[in-house]
Design a protein around this ligand. Structure first.
Ligand code: URA
Ligand code: SF4
Length: 227
């Protein structure tokens, strides 16, 4: 049975309801009343609910089929994604594409998004180094993800890495312990998590990388098997 995802949290987070009290920042008040993917994308483009809009070039909203059976959720856009405004188009995205293809899942039939929709980074020389979003940034951004889930209603939800896993399944969720398992959750009929493709890219030697890639593909094959 599908339990609807609450789309609005005005009571808790909308400063207008708070009568001057300082409330936790949240994108919730910006989520349109009757969301469609294009309305959401347009509204999210103007989001300033957490500080990350200041350093990110643009909001990188999810992308894919509104009828997707599978939704894949990453952490946040990277350098490339920040520039192009599309999720998973940089090195991690290429790895994801390869793994999906190997597992027999066509990316064009999926919906791909991130837990946090602005790129968080620190400068090191000319490079912009990825920074993990804080819990409060992740929570501020979650209404966009919840709205995407409510619109797409994927049958299978795949969290890529710890940030996505915790954003959707709670702070206590450990991807290292539960990867590749079906997780009890109301978010979709089938919910699972695996590592983030960037974790594969971070492996130092080729052997470790190949091994991690193979495990990643194995986790995605479990998804392919139920489609
Ligand atoms: N890493 C992510 O989590 N998401 C992207 O879109 C790109 C890299
Ligand atoms: Fe809004 Fe999310 Fe960007 Fe923060 S990261 S400004 S909550 S879209």
């Amino acid at each position: 049975m599908r339990i609807p995802i609450p789309q609005r949290r005005y009571e808790l987070t909308d400063p207008r309801v708070g009568k001057g009290r300082k409330m936790a920042a949240s994108a919730a008040p910006l989520v349109p009343e009757r969301p469609t993917l294009s309305r959401l994308r347009e509204a999210a483009a103007h989001c300033r609910a957490c500080p990350l809009w200041e350093t990110g070039t643009q909001t990188v909203f999810g992308e894919g089929s509104p009828n997707a059976e599978v939704m894949l959720v990453g952490e946040q856009p990277g350098d490339r994604e920040d520039i192009e405004g599309r999720p998973f188009v940089g090195p991690a995205g290429r790895l994801l594409d390869e793994a999906l293809a190997e597992a027999g899942i066509d990316r064009d039939t999926t919906y791909v998004t991130n837990a946090v929709k602005h790129f968080k980074w620190v400068g090191r020389g000319k490079r912009r180094i990825h920074q993990k979003p804080t819990w409060s940034e992740t929570m501020a951004c979650r209404p966009w993800l919840e709205a995407e889930l409510a619109v797409v209603r994927p049958r299978v939800l795949v969290c890529l890495g710890a940030v996505a896993g915790q954003a959707l399944l709670g702070k206590q969720f450990r991807v290292t312990k539960q990867r590749g398992e079906w997780i009890d959750s109301d978010l979709a009929e089938l919910v699972t998590a695996t590592i983030h493709p960037s974790a594969i890219l971070r492996q130092r030697d080729g052997d470790a990388r190949r091994q991690e890639f193979a495990r990643f593909v194995d986790d995605l094959r479990k998804v392919a098997a139920v489609l």
